[in-house]
Design a protein around this ligand. Structure first.
Ligand code: PMM
Length: 282
């Protein structure tokens, strides 16, 4: 799969398929193989350009699973969806899982660690020839909350992402295979997430397609709090997510990673029609 440049009227939708017992909003729902494949096919029918299959929860505080467990969860699902013609990305920080899923038909690797978690990852990506999403990351889920310390979150995230790009290029990953993601909620407090979104132009200006992953995240729960300050639970955050997707698309994001594909697709159609004066394209 080649990485198409962003077009303002064509923001891609990446549908989330977590094959995990413990992801924060859909953990446990798709651990069963048949349920996972059925959900992936449903996401595609609803308009997902790509289905993002993950086998390890990145929920803050969660413990890691071993590579064999991660592979057992994702490989059969990737294989079956790819055989059914669904473009699949694989949400993994492990070179071994990336290489195995590339052989099973994955079209893209989505690495929340931007290559930091596994020194073999950049080489595995270069060998696979697949596009690679480099997300901003500072450490594994167990300790990421303590790493959410910034003096200038936009400048630091930009500089750290630039470092990951340099490392990827040095390992032989072609420039045209790289996508960036500011990593909302990963070693970020709500205030950091909002600052990163407000300055999305900084990341769009780095010369690579940008993916935004806001779906159902904590910072949306806080903005939608009850009058007594109780954050809105994850299941009630899809309309807020669609609002973020619309704004991100309007600013020129390459894509958005979401749980609610049908709502997002509707929202993005509105953004595109607004931009094109009612003419629906793509
Ligand atoms: N967020 C999560 C997992 N993978 N990948 C990218 N590129 N960007 C993200 O923001 C991102 C990600 C965590 O959310 P989930 O547990 O709902 O999948």
């Amino acid at each position: 799969m080649s990485v198409q440049p962003p077009e303002p009227s064509r923001c891609r939708v990446m549908g989330i398929l977590n094959v995990t017992p413990d992801s924060f909003s859909d953990g446990g729902r798709y651990l069963d193989h048949a349920a996972a494949v059925a959900h992936g096919l449903r996401l595609r029918e609803q308009g997902a350009d790509i289905v993002d299959v993950g086998g390890e929860s990145t929920r803050p505080g969660s413990e890691r699973v071993d590579a064999a467990t991660e592979s057992e969860r994702v490989l059969p699902v990737v294989r079956e969806l790819a055989e059914a013609g669904v473009p699949v990305s694989v949400d993994t920080t492990r070179a071994e899982v990336a290489a195995a899923t590339a052989r099973a038909g994955a079209a893209m690797i989505n690495d929340v660690s931007g290559g930091l978690a596994d020194p073999e990852m950049a080489g595995a990506i270069a060998d696979s020839g697949l596009p690679w999403i480099l997300m901003h990351w500072r450490g594994h889920s167990r300790d990421m909350n303590s790493l959410a310390v910034y003096e200038d979150v936009v400048g630091e995230v930009r500089a750290e992402l630039s470092g990951r790009v340099e490392a990827a290029l040095a390992a032989g990953v072609p420039e045209g295979s790289i996508l960036l993601d500011p990593g909302l909620g990963f070693a970020k407090k709500a205030e950091h997430d909002w600052l990163l979104l407000r300055r999305l132009d900084t990341f769009l200006g780095m010369g690579f397609p940008v993916l935004v992953g806001a779906s159902r995240k904590r910072f949306l729960g806080s903005v939608l709090s009850d009058s007594d300050g109780t954050p809105r639970p994850a299941a009630g955050r899809d309309v807020a997510t669609a609002a973020i997707s619309t704004l991100a698309a309007d600013r020129g994001a390459w894509g958005v990673r979401v749980h609610d594909v049908s709502g997002t697709t509707d929202a993005l159609k509105v953004a595109a029609a607004w931009r094109n004066g009612g003419e629906i394209r793509g």
